[in-house]
Design a protein around this ligand. Structure first.
Ligand SMILES: NC(=O)c1ccc[n+]([C@@H]2O[C@H](COP(=O)([O-])OP(=O)(O)OC[C@H]3O[C@@H](n4cnc5c(N)ncnc54)[C@H](O)[C@@H]3O)[C@@H](O)[C@H]2O)c1
Length: 313
């Protein structure tokens, strides 16, 4: 992720939990003034701690040149928080009644040009639009955790969305270093979560069938195709998988193999037994390491990969 010179704007973060705190750190790094609203009295100290922890990482990525970690304010009222904001990122809990209540509260206080984007992972844009009187400047802007490190944002508007609003949202996200994709229509889970879900289903199936352990299936991803996927997407990679003939040759060569594998893939639902087996497998590979230590290891690796590759994009 890299940012150009940004003009400082007032940005609002609704919800200061896992996702809202990370968005807040990124908005601040990009040089914006950030107003946070969260009813939890512990939120201010938690978000300030999050910013403090994330700042050195954001600096290592070269993202804090224009930023000020103290340009953040905390508001008891959602209406006050959105006042004067040109962009509002909503990251309140994934419950439709809470989202709708928040939208109804802020709508009368929004400026005419203000864009509101929802981080929602599972709720659809259509479901959330029902909380609005006029949803033309409301879009889905779905990040990947943690948003201050993972560049992807999935942006979706529909026939109720103003003509240029998806484009304006993408421009805002790109100005803070994000990589955006535009969803052409609504599907549960959007694109990236569905891809993760498809891969994880097969990973679990292989573990269930005794083909490999949790640790080895994970290694098969991070030490194998996962590394390639950090460079290019799966279809482009297969374009490079059969020499000069590109994807046409690849499809000719491997149609039979892929169809055979697809016919054999596992179909399952997560249930308590499967969850216990996965937890036991993860415990075996983590040993004494806590989730805090593992998260720090993950972030260190992500920063190293992003830093080593961003000048090549
Ligand atoms: N956690 C993830 O991996 C992830 C990834 C992408 C998107 N998302 C989406 O982001 C959104 C937030 O998820 P999260 O993981 O940060 O949840 P979270 O529970 O960590 O945080 C939600 C925050 O919202 C606050 N809140 C509750 N009611 C509120 C209100 N009325 N107004 C403002 N704030 C309120 C809570 O106090 C809490 O701090 C969800 O829609 C989720 O689907 C989550």
């Amino acid at each position: 992720m890299s940012t150009g010179t940004t003009t400082s704007k007032r940005v609002c973060s609704l919800g200061g939990g896992v996702i809202g705190a990370s968005w807040t750190a990124l908005f601040l790094a990009a040089g914006h003034q950030v107003a946070v609203h969260d009813p939890d009295p512990q939120c201010e100290s938690a978000v300030r701690r999050y910013i403090e922890t994330a700042w050195p990482t954001l600096t290592a990525l070269g993202l804090t040149t224009n930023g000020n970690p103290d340009a953040v304010s905390f508001h008891h009222s959602a209406r006050h928080a959105v006042d004067g904001a040109s962009f509002v990122q909503e990251s309140v809990p994934e419950r439709i009644e809470i989202k709708r209540e928040v939208f109804a509260a802020i709508e009368p206080a929004l400026g005419q040009e203000t864009i509101v984007a929802s981080s929602a992972s599972g709720l659809t844009l259509t479901e959330m639009q029902a909380g609005w009187r006029a949803p033309s400047r409301f879009v889905l802007g779905h990040p990947f955790n943690p948003p201050h490190l993972i560049p992807l944002v999935e942006v979706l508007g529909n026939e109720l969305t103003g003509a240029a609003v998806v484009e304006e949202s993408c421009q805002f996200y790109e100005s803070i270093g994000k990589v955006t994709i535009k969803l052409q229509r609504e599907v549960p889970g959007h694109v990236a979560n569905r891809l993760q879900a498809a891969l994880w289903r097969e990973a679990i199936h292989l573990i269930n069938e005794g083909v490999a352990t949790v640790e080895d299936v994970d290694a098969a991803v991070w030490a194998g195709p996962g590394l390639r996927w950090a460079a290019m997407g799966p279809t482009m990679l297969f374009h490079l998988g059969a020499g000069e003939g590109g994807l046409t040759s690849f499809c000719q060569r491997y149609t039979e193999s892929f169809n055979r594998w697809w016919d054999d893939l596992g179909e399952l639902h997560l249930n308590p037994e499967i969850a216990s087996a996965l937890v036991a497998g993860v415990q075996e590979s983590t040993g004494e390491r806590t989730t805090t230590q593992l998260s720090a290891d993950r972030d260190q690796l992500l920063v190293a990969i992003l830093n080593a590759t961003r000048h090549l994009r």
